[in-house]
Each structure stands twice: as structure tokens, then as C-alpha cells.
Design a protein around this ligand. Structure first.
Ligand SMILES: [Zn+2]
Length: 74
């Protein structure tokens, strides 16, 4: 699955960047996000401030699982 970053707003200010499957409206941590939220490429994950910590952890865990699956052929 391919992911991207989506902004969560409070009073028009970005308060967090969540990891969302491309085209999705719900982040890995379960926050619903507006379809019109600003999107950044997932490659910005480690370069932007305010990335949602649960989303970051879940995303790195998903990548680790995918790599193990590739190694074990499953
Ligand atoms: Zn999140």
C-alpha cells in the first residue's frame, strides 16, 4: 500500500501531519481527515515538523512487516 501525509487543522493552522493510504480519508492512527486537507509526499515524513507519532510508528511497523514478507516470500 502506498501512503501520503495529510494535514490535520485546528483554526486553519496545521497541528499534525498524519500518514494516510493514498486516496484515503482515515489515517493509520484512526483520525478522520478532510478530503481537501493539504497532502505531502510520504518522503517528507522525516522532514516535516508535527508528524503524528502513532502514525509514524504504525507506518514504520508496516514497512518492517512488508520487508519481512518479502524476505520470507509471504
Ligand atoms: Zn495520526
Amino acid at each position: 500500500m502506498v501512503y501520503e501525509l495529510k494535514a490535520e487543522y485546528e483554526f486553519r493552522a496545521v497541528i499534525a501531519w498524519h500518514v494516510v493510504p493514498v486516496g484515503g480519508s482515515r489515517s493509520l492512527c484512526g483520525s478522520p481527515l478532510a478530503p481537501a486537507s493539504t497532502i505531502r509526499p510520504i518522503s517528507d515524513l522525516h522532514h516535516v515538523h508535527g508528524v503524528c507519532r502513532p502514525c509514524e510508528a504504525l507506518h514504520s511497523g508496516a514497512r518492517r512487516r512488508a520487508r519481512q514478507d518479502a524476505l520470507t516470500g509471504g
